[in-house]
Structures are given as structure tokens and as C-alpha cells.
Design a protein around this ligand. Structure first.
Ligand code: NDP
Length: 683
């Protein structure tokens, strides 16, 4: 494979640097793969271009339309994924490693697309929490809303996941309606650029919504402002530098970092060597040490095991690690590739040397190991290396990160000691615990949760389905406090909301309804001649209302309902026992009878645009209903959500049932599916 010049995609076109650029060599054989530079590109203009071109294009789309674009992109990339594997191998990744990066990245787009369609409205504003009533009369309310920031999401990525790393940041920002500028790590930028070319060629994302900067990001950072964000993944050193960047500080640019962390895996004190959990622990530890040659921010660096189990764990891990075949990705039998560069290899060896101050190297000799199909001199190969701590309290093993196939086994006295040692990491992305004892799990989890973004408990029951210690998932939080950088990414819709501004809006019910598109109590209602159930989704408006009733509930109705349904609870059937009930003081109607009668009062029975009732939300029974009480129901269209790609949508109705004294008896939301047109055709 010849070396090539990596280009940037900026300001609506591809840019080739005007100089020779920085040479990137493959860690597999030392051959030059690419050259990277942004010389000649007006990097300082990229943020403005994103805000002025990409931002408005994204703002014109609803969450569901953005989700549809992401889904189409994910499917397109997935269908052509094979072409990226050869270049991925040049970065040192084995086929398994490439799957995590490439398939994992494309899968993240698909996961986010489906989550957004299910959990975000088909609108551009996301509501946060309930209406807050601020005045006694209900004329002054408040509600929190999320709107898209008008800036750009800059991502500065690490070398280890050239595909997943940028897509896991891109998906939430795109859904939030914020354009992205992707700055990949120079060492593996060529693979990011290849995927980016397919994204641009697909034409599926609006122009300006994504740009690629391969080279120096300094002028970009200088052009950022208060609506922009920077999400960084990489070393703690660079994170600290960026966090203190004068422009980011002065203009309060949103900054999050995900840095290296000393993730722990704890073997529970309940696990014996013949328990299935023991094998699970060893397998997970050795897998985490060798996938991506240990260059994963989530890899296990500290193996915490009961003191009495240290020897057994070291020997069992040795047996597995000695079967690892180090060499060129794709060569016969190779199960672990090189680290990403010779300088990374040097860094790892230096870190191992430092670790040896508080631990002994018990498995793997960096001066004596076999390399299959690659050049041990020019390639960046290392054997898996397991250390055994000589002093669990020594700070080194809890502070020094060897970002390669390296872990240290540390003995703990008891569970409280294990919790204390895990926390010595100063904040990590993830920790795992292998135990079959839920009470032990509780003690460890609650003890270490404040120091972590994600915790995994593994045992024989969940092992088959477990996604593993080292796999961040789109639906789960990825990030950690303190040493891990203090940031948070992914986590489903939480990750989308990181790119949006939460604002408390105070005003009248009518203002809130008009602004949010959701009817609230006190906002105008429209009672027309036509029953709202006769209206198609296109005709229905929020505030459209039907009032049904009154209907008197007789004792015979309550008795009949009890007999008919079998719900003969004493409060509905036994006058004496009901009289002794402190809340009721006599026979009351079933709550479900009230809801059923209310449906009888508001339903329009003829076939029409209302297709189905798919549930109720927030059902509360507020005042007991007694025999001879009279019920009235008011049903108001509260939220109308057309489904893209379907000829119907969802309508949420506000339902209030009151008695003859106007006291609310029951409140709830009725959820229905309504056709977009009266005849079921295209609107
Ligand atoms: P760096 O922190 O050096 O680089 C990460 C990213 O930041 C790269 O895109 C890099 O660009 C960029 N960068 C570097 N300096 C600046 C700067 N002054 N301003 C703006 N951007 C900058 O980390 P490395 O990739 O070199 O990895 C070094 C160590 O980081 C590893 O050994 C490991 O300990 C840790 N690491 C942690 C990861 C994690 O996921 N948490 C992942 C990878 C590494 P460029 O490549 O062009 O220099």
C-alpha cells in the first residue's frame, strides 16, 4: 500500500496541504502510510462555516429527520465496511480490533438513530420535566426546554479508535442539531479520512454539518465562542493543556475530556478457583489486555483480587497470555497486533519500568518474545505483560498508566480494602466486579460508584449476554470523574442533550403551549362542532377539546363492575369493611370503572382517523367516587407527533375527570394513533 496525502474536508470541499506534511509510519512494518498536514487551509474559517451553513441546515430538520439521515448513513457505511479493514490493519489492528472500531462505529450511528426516533419528539425542541406551577391561580407557569446551541461541536480524538471515536461523538451532536468538526489523531487520520470520504460522497448529511480537520487545530480553537464545544479524548496531559486554553476559558467554551484511566477489575471474595466466575475473571482480564493491544481507554489496568488468590490468578492468566500470538494483523494465527507507533511502544516500556518500582513483571518479557509475520525491529510490537504488585498501597500501581497490553495484579485484604484501592485510581471510566453474591456486589458498587462512569458485574448468570468490561455502549454513559477527565459522553439521549441549552421559560399557559407545541392546563381550549376524533392528524390542533357527561355512577354499576371483572376488593363490595377504611369511609367505585366510564363519555364510536389507543400515562385517582356521584370528562389534544415514514402519528390527550363539585377525580394522558389524513392516504 503506497503512502498518500491525507486531506481535510472543510468549507465545502476537500483540501490538500501545500506542504509535504508529517509522515505517518505503520507500526506493523515501519513503512510510511500517509502524510498529514493542514498547511494552506484556512482553519480559522471552519467554525464560522459550520455555524452559518451546517447549523441552519440542521436546525431545519426535526429530531426524527436527523435520526433518519443517521440511520441511512449507518446502513450505507455498514454495507461498504469491508473496504476499511485493510487500512485498519495498517494501524496495527487485528480483524477483531477492527470490528470493534469499524462495526462498532457504524453500529453507534444506528443505535442513536433508533433511540432518537423512540425517545425524542418529531420536533426541534425537547421538553425537560413537568410544568412547574408558580402562581396559585395557574396563570404563571414555567417549563424547562432544550434547544440546539448555535455553535459547532469540535472533537479532538485519540489515535486508538479512528472510526468509532469520531462517530460516537458525531451522532449525538448531529441529533442535537449541532454541526461537528472532527480532528482525528495524526497517527491514524488516514482511516478516519477514508470513512469521511464515504460520508461526504453519500450526500446524506447536510453540507456544513460535518467537516474534517487533519492537521493543526490551534487556529480553530482560537475561533471558538460560548455556543461552541470541544470534546477531547486523549492523554491527561493534553486534556489539562486544553482545559486551560485561554480562549476556551475566557469565552466559556463547553469543554469535556475523556482521558486515560486506571480501570480496575475486582475478583469477589466469594469466588473460588473452581467456580465458573474464576474463569470468567481470567478470560475478561486477558481479553482486555490484548484487544487493541491494550490501547483502550477502558482496558483493565488493575486486577484486584483477594490476597489468597494472587498466585492462582497470575498462573491462570499466564496460561492464557502465553497462548497469545503477537504479530502482523492478518498473519497466520496472530491474535494481537503491535501498538500504534514506535513512540507509543517506548512510552509503554517506560511506564512498565516505572511500575516495576512497586510491582514485579511476572508474565511477558519485552526483550524476548516471538513476532509472527512482522518485523520486530521496525514494528511496534510488545508481548502482553502482567505485573504483580509487591505493595498494594504503593501509589505507582494506582497512578501510572501503561497504555498497552499491560495490567497489574494487586492483592486486597477484604472487601472494604478492595473498595479503597479501586478509589485510589482517582476516578475511572469503568470498573468491573466478578461475583455471584448480590450483597457483596452492592457493597462494592455503592462504594466505588462515585469514582466511575460505568460499572459491570459479571457472573455465570449474565456472562453469555455480557457486553464486556471494555465496551462502551451507545445507550450507557461513557466517561468518568477526576483522572478519567471528568467528562461524559454517550448515555443515549443524555449525550444529545449535552449539545443543547436547557432554559427555564416562565409565562402564561398560552405562551408555554405556543412555544413548546404542547398544550398545558390553563392554555386555550377549542370546543368545535366536530368531535376531535373525527379529525385527521393534519386537521387536529393542540387545544382541541371534547367535554363528555355528566354520568351518574350507581351502586349497581359498582357491584356489576366488581362481578364482571372479578375485582371484588372490599372497598367496592363490603359496606362494613369499606366504612372502616380511613381513606374511603364507605363503598367507592373502582378507579378503572371511572376510567372506563370516562372513555364511554369521550369516545366517538364511528370508524375514523383514530386508529388505536396504545396506553395511558400518569394515571392518578385523586378523589374517591361514591354511588350517585356524577362524572364529567374533559379530553384535550395535548401533543401531536407525526411519525415520519408512517401514514399515522401519535396524539397525546389530556384527560381530566371531575365530579359534581368540580373536584378532579382522575387525571391521565390518553395515547392514541391517528391517521395523517381522513382517507388514510398521503397528507
Ligand atoms: P494526545 O493527548 O497527545 O493526543 C490526542 C489528540 O489531541 C490528538 O488528536 C492530538 O493531535 C491532539 N492534540 C495533541 N496536542 C494538542 C494541542 N496542544 N492542542 C490541540 N490538540 C492536541 O494523546 P496520544 O494520542 O498521543 O496518546 C498519548 C496517551 O494518551 C496514550 O499513551 C494514553 O495514555 C492516552 N490515551 C488515552 C485515550 C483515551 O481514550 N482516554 C486514547 C488514546 C490515548 P495529533 O495526533 O495531531 O498530535
Amino acid at each position: 500500500m503506497d503512502s498518500r496525502m491525507v486531506e481535510s474536508y472543510a468549507l465545502g470541499r476537500w483540501h490538500r496541504a501545500t506542504d509535504e506534511g508529517r509522515a505517518v509510519v505503520s507500526p506493523v512494518d515501519g513503512a510510511e502510510v500517509a502524510r498529514v498536514s493542514s498547511t494552506g487551509l484556512d482553519v480559522s474559517a471552519m467554525a464560522a462555516y459550520a455555524r452559518e451553513t451546517g447549523g441552519p441546515a440542521l436546525a431545519a430538520l426535526t429530531f426524527h429527520e436527523r435520526a433518519a439521515a443517521l440511520k441511512a448513513l449507518g446502513l450505507t457505511l455498514m454495507a461498504g465496511k469491508a473496504e476499511f479493514y485493510a487500512e485498519s490493519a495498517r494501524t496495527g489492528a487485528t480483524e477483531r480490533d477492527s470490528g470493534v472500531d469499524i462495526d462498532g462505529g457504524f453500529g453507534t450511528l444506528l443505535s442513536y438513530a433508533s433511540k432518537a426516533k423512540r425517545e425524542l419528539p418529531n420536533a426541534t425542541v425537547h421538553l425537560d420535566g413537568p410544568v412547574e406551577q408558580l402562581g396559585k391561580k395557574g396563570t404563571f407557569l414555567a417549563r424547562h426546554v432544550f434547544t440546539s446551541r448555535r455553535g459547532v461541536a469540535v472533537q479532538i480524538n485519540a489515535y486508538n479508535f479512528p472510526v468509532w471515536g469520531f462517530l460516537e461523538k458525531l451522532a449525538p451532536a448531529f441529533l442535537a442539531g449541532v454541526p461537528s468538526i472532527v480532528k482525528p489523531a495524526t497517527q491514524t487520520a488516514y482511516l478516519t479520512e477514508s470513512v469521511f470520504r464515504r460520508i461526504i460522497e453519500s450526500g446524506l448529511l447536510p453540507e456544513g454539518s460535518v467537516q474534517l480537520l487533519c492537521g493543526d487545530p490551534a487556529p480553530l480553537l482560537d475561533s471558538l465562542g460560548g455556543q461552541d464545544s470541544v470534546a477531547f479524548t486523549g492523554s491527561a496531559h493534553t486534556a489539562a493543556k486544553l482545559r486551560a486554553h485561554p480562549v476556551l476559558v475566557e469565552r466559556s467554551v463547553h469543554f469535556t475530556a475523556e482521558a486515560d484511566s486506571l480501570n480496575a477489575s475486582v475478583l469477589g471474595a466469594d469466588v473460588t478457583t473452581d467456580a465458573p466466575e474464576f474463569d470468567l475473571y481470567i478470560k475478561q482480564l486477558t481479553t482486555e489486555m490484548t484487544v487493541k493491544a491494550g490501547q483502550k481507554c477502558t482496558a483493565i489496568r488493575r486486577a484486584l483480587v483477594p490476597e489468597s488468590m494472587v498466585d492462582a490468578v497470575v498462573e491462570a492468566a499466564r496460561a492464557r497470555l502465553e497462548r497469545v500470538v503477537v504479530g502482523a494483523p492478518g498473519a497466520e494465527g496472530v491474535t494481537m497486533g503491535p501498538v500504534v507507533s514506535l513512540s507509543q511502544r517506548t512510552d509503554v516500556l517506560a511506564a512498565v519500568d516505572k511500575l516495576r518500582g512497586a510491582a514485579e513483571l511476572v508474565v511477558g518479557d519485552p526483550d524476548d518474545f516471538a513476532v509472527v509475520g512482522g518485523d520486530a525491529e521496525t514494528g511496534a510490537y510488545l508481548p502482553p505483560m502482567l505485573l504483580r504488585s509487591t505493595d498494594p498501597e504503593a501509589p505507582g500501581v494506582h497512578e501510572i498508566e501503561a497504555f498497552g497490553p499491560v495490567a497489574t495484579v494487586i492483592g486486597y485484604r477484604d472487601t472494604a480494602h478492595a473498595v479503597e484501592l479501586v478509589a485510589r485510581g482517582g476516578g475511572s471510566l469503568v470498573a468491573s466486579l466478578v461475583t455471584a453474591d448480590p450483597q457483596l456486589a452492592r457493597e462494592v458498587l455503592l462504594g466505588i460508584a462515585p469514582f466511575h462512569g460505568r460499572l459491570l458485574v459479571l457472573n455465570a448468570e449474565d456472562a453469555r449476554e455480557s457486553t464486556g468490561h471494555g465496551s462502551p455502549l451507545p445507550v450507557l454513559v461513557h466517561g468518568g470523574p477526576g483522572r478519567a477527565g471528568g467528562g461524559e459522553e454517550l448515555g443515549g439521549i443524555r449525550g444529545v442533550l449535552h449539545h443543547m441549552q436547557r432554559t427555564a421559560i416562565q409565562g402564561t399557559p398560552a405562551v408555554l403551549a405556543a412555544t413548546t407545541g404542547q398544550w398545558v392546563t390553563g392554555a386555550p381550549r377549542t370546543e368545535g362542532d366536530e368531535h376531535p376524533f373525527r379529525k385527521s392528524l393534519a386537521e387536529l390542533k393542540i387545544g382541541d377539546t371534547i367535554v363528555g357527561g355528566p354520568r351518574t355512577v350507581r351502586l349497581a354499576d359498582i357491584g356489576h363492575f366488581a362481578e364482571f371483572t372479578g375485582d371484588t376488593f372490599y372497598a367496592h363490595t363490603d359496606p362494613e369493611a369499606a366504612a372502616a377504611n380511613p381513606l374511603f369511609g364507605g363503598i367507592v367505585a373502582h378507579g378503572y370503572l371511572v376510567v372506563s366510564l370516562a372513555a364511554g363519555l369521550f369516545v366517538d364510536p364511528a370508524p375514523g382517523p383514530v386508529l388505536a389507543n396504545f396506553g395511558v400515562d400518569s394515571l392518578r385517582f385523586l378523589t374517591p367516587v361514591r354511588a350517585d356521584d356524577s362524572l364529567t370528562v374533559t379530553l384535550t389534544a395535548k401533543q401531536i407527533t407525526p411519525r415520519s415514514g408512517a401514514d399515522y402519528g401519535e396524539v397525546r390527550w389530556d384527560a381530566v375527570v371531575t365530579n359534581q363539585d368540580d373536584s378532579p377525580v382522575a387525571t391521565y394522558d390518553v395515547l392514541t394513533l391517528v391517521a395523517k389524513t381522513r382517507d388514510g392516504g398521503e397528507p
